[in-house]
Design a binder for this molecule. Structure first.
Ligand code: PBG
Length: 327
């Protein structure tokens, strides 16, 4: 092996043309999935306090927004719904005329290619803010899975293109797959939040989705942030149960997990750059403590470099515009 002075790694960093030629990871619009929050009402567009540039939107506004997202060349959105009433069993989640079901139908009228992914969970729909049915303070697994199945099927009936269960109940991917197939949705893929940690980085999302738990936390179903071998077991069971795409969430603090999951299973792998990751970059950018655009691209490129094939990010529109302007 040649050593210095024969070997000089700086030769390939000489100017931007050389650097462009040897770049290993390139972020493209096809990598992006844009999260949207739907609320009841009309003409509503309300900024989320802790997430500048992210809005709660009524169905009519979301449908217009999706036209713009499609025009920007972003391939997919993921929808979160805030219902007009919440109850113990989250019935708004599987109401055929619920907020997500209405939004999917409205969006599908306006767009041609844009894929509509729906988040399947109960936490936005329950009065107690937990991801499932409670017995005392315990979240019941199997009873919750039955409701998630109803939610998933009703999303597919409304026209959702991909179903994304985010609840972390055991066995829900298999149950949802079976129900989708029985209802004629054999071609609808499941993107499972397979490896979802009990993370402090979800803080701002709970403002956006109005889904903070009334007591306790989500540690009885979401993963312990200290674990990594367990992530492989979670991914493996979702794959066995029929997941088509597996997700790791959050992304930035879990690059090692994205890498291990991608290496081990070689599955289409998604990563979610969550609300807290976005909020931190935005806040530091607004204060001119960091260069927001540069850190946005750096953070997303790192997630892709770690092995993610697609990234859910609140920066999706900004990235698409950046890529257009830097051509
Ligand atoms: C659950 C769900 C959450 C997020 C996505 N789906 C919240 C949670 O688990 O508490 C978080 C996304 C983010 O922080 O951006 N429906």
């Amino acid at each position: 092996m040649a050593l210095f002075p024969t070997k000089r790694l700086r030769r390939l960093r000489y100017n931007s043309t050389v650097r462009n030629m040897v770049r290993e990871t390139i972020l493209t619009k096809n990598d992006l999935i844009y999260p949207l929050f739907v609320v009841p009402g009309t003409k509503i567009k309300k900024e989320v306090r802790s997430m500048p540039g992210v809005y709660q939107m009524s169905v009519d506004v979301v449908a217009e927004e999706c036209k713009e997202v499609e025009k920007l060349g972003i391939p997919a959105v993921i929808l979160f719904g805030i219902p007009d009433h919440k109850d113990e069993v989250g019935s708004g989640a599987y109401d055929p005329n619920g907020i997500i079901q209405q939004a999917v139908r409205a969006i599908k009228k306006e767009v041609k290619r844009l894929l509509v992914i729906t988040d399947v969970c109960l936490c936005e729909y329950t009065s107690h803010g937990h991801c499932g049915v409670l017995h005392g303070e315990e979240i019941l697994n199997d009873e919750t899975v039955e409701l998630l199945v109803k939610e998933a099927v009703s999303h597919a009936q409304a026209g959702a293109d991909i179903i994304a269960p985010s609840d972390m109940m055991d066995g829900r991917v298999g149950a949802i797959r079976k129900a989708l197939d029985e209802n004629g949705f054999t071609n609808i893929p499941i993107m499972s939040y397979a490896v979802k940690y009990a993370s402090g980085f979800y803080g701002p999302f709970r403002d956006a989705a109005e889904s903070a738990p009334a007591f306790g936390d989500r540690r009885s179903h979401q993963m312990d942030t200290a674990n990594s071998a367990e992530a492989l077991r979670e991914a493996e069971s979702d794959i066995e149960e029929g997941a088509d795409i597996i997700m790791v969430k959050p992304a930035g603090a879990y690059l090692d997990i994205i890498w291990r999951v991608k290496e081990k299973f070689g599955m289409p792998t998604a990563a979610y750059q969550v609300s807290g990751e976005y909020a931190m970059i935005k806040a530091a950018g607004k204060n001119n403590w960091i260069d927001e655009e540069r850190v946005m691209i750096e953070s997303l490129t790192a997630i892709k470099r770690a092995g993610a094939d697609m990234i859910l990010t609140y920066f999706a529109k900004d990235v698409a515009k950046f890529l257009d302007s830097s051509k």
